[in-house]
Structures are given as structure tokens and as C-alpha cells.
Design a binder for this molecule. Structure first.
Ligand SMILES: C[S@@+](CC[C@H](N)C(=O)[O-])C[C@H]1O[C@@H](n2cnc3c(N)ncnc32)[C@H](O)[C@@H]1O
Length: 182
């Protein structure tokens, strides 16, 4: 299935190639540099223990809101306009120190992703895009993420706290495009 978002450096085009190189016998999948999660969404969940991690707090918050509050998130997004004025306002809000509740912050961040040039978050893209078309993607992602652990850690601290190797488990760490099998 597809991710609900585009992201700079996303592995949409490479996901099949990456999946084809997965080992056969892993039981844990840890997406260390999560981003748009294209490989996670593409792979079958089977019975794997799956972790999505990204050190960007806005990404981790967005993933948690998609998993846990999809309807409320869509409600926040419902009347967001594809307009330069609104985009600039939301970007300023996200850069300010204003305390924004999690679901609204997730909606703002998603708006910046969807309406920015090349999903770069900074400049208004000015492309035709209907936000409501994303709602089915968000609901599908919600279902897919139900059993996925979402972390917001730097790679270094994630490796010591989450990746506990024991003789009976196999761990697949996806680091950039390299699959390391231990
Ligand atoms: C190229 S994107 C990942 C793309 C993703 N694999 C996909 O298919 O969409 C890289 C991500 O790594 C995250 N990142 C960079 N340095 C990190 C670190 N030290 N620890 C955790 N995440 C990090 C960034 O926030 C960014 O979202």
C-alpha cells in the first residue's frame, strides 16, 4: 500500500527493490529513519514487531495522530485551504513557540507537507491538490499502523533502548537503503 504522505528522500520508487533484498527470516522491522515510511507501508505486516522512528517530533506526532485520532485529524484538515496566505500563516505558527495541541499541530504539519513545493515544507507549491482526497489514505494508514510502535528518538539512543538483541530474535534495521541483518 502507499504511504499517506510524500517526503524528501522518500523511497517510493525504490520500495520494491528494497523489499526484494529483505532477509527471509526476520521477526523485527525497525524503520530507523522513518520519514514517509514507504517501505513500512509497502511491506506486509505479517506477525512482525514493527517500529517507526524519526527524530523529527512533528513527524512522530503526525504518525501518532494518524494511528490514534484519524477522524479528528481529518476534521482539522477538512477546511484547510490550498492558499499561499494560509500556508504562510501555518508555517509561521509552526516556527513560533506557540503551544499547539497535538492534533492541530499534526494537521498543520500535514498541510505544510501537502501544499509545499516538493514537500520541502518551506515554500508554497501552488499546485492543484484536494485535501479531502487524502482522507482515505489517512484511514488506510491508521489501520496499517495499529500495531506499529512509533518512536521519536535519535538513531543513537534508539539503538540502545529499542534494539535488544537476543539469540532467538532476528532484527532488520533499515538504515537508508541498506538492510543489515543480524
Ligand atoms: C530520507 S528520509 C527517510 C525516508 C523514508 N525512508 C521514506 O521512505 O519516506 C530521512 C529521515 O531521517 C530522519 N533522521 C535524520 N537523522 C536522524 C537521526 N539521527 N535519528 C533519527 N531520525 C533521523 C529525518 O528526520 C528524515 O525524516
Amino acid at each position: 500500500m502507499n504511504s499517506f504522505m510524500s517526503w524528501i528522500g522518500g523511497k517510493k520508487a525504490l520500495r520494491e527493490e528494497i523489499l526484494a533484498r529483505f532477509p527471509l527470516d526476520y521477526t523485527r522491522y525497525i524503520e530507523v529513519f522513518g520519514g514517509g515510511g514507504w517501505v513500512l507501508f509497502h511491506k506486509s505486516p505479517e506477525r512482525d514487531f514493527e517500529v517507526y522512528n524519526d527524530f523529527n517530533p512533528n513527524l512522530a506526532n503526525l504518525y501518532r495522530c494518524v494511528r490514534d485520532h484519524p477522524d479528528e485529524l481529518c476534521d482539522e484538515l477538512r477546511y484547510m485551504l490550498n492558499s499561499r496566505l494560509d500556508f504562510d500563516y501555518v508555517r509561521e505558527m509552526m516556527h513560533s513557540k506557540t503551544d499547539i495541541p497535538d492534533i492541530k499541530r499534526a494537521a498543520y504539519f500535514y498541510q505544510l507537507i501537502r501544499y509545499s513545493y516538493a514537500s520541502g515544507l518551506d515554500s508554497f507549491g501552488g499546485q492543484p491538490h484536494a485535501m479531502w482526497n487524502n482522507f482515505p489514505l489517512i484511514h488506510n494508514a491508521c489501520e496499517r499502523l495499529q500495531k506499529v510502535v512509533i518512536e521519536n528518538k535519535d538513531f543513537g539512543s534508539l539503538s540502545s533502548s529499542m534494539i535488544v538483541l537476543n539469540p532467538s530474535s532476528t532484527v532488520t534495521l533499515r538504515i537508508k537503503t541498506i538492510v543489515a541483518h543480524q
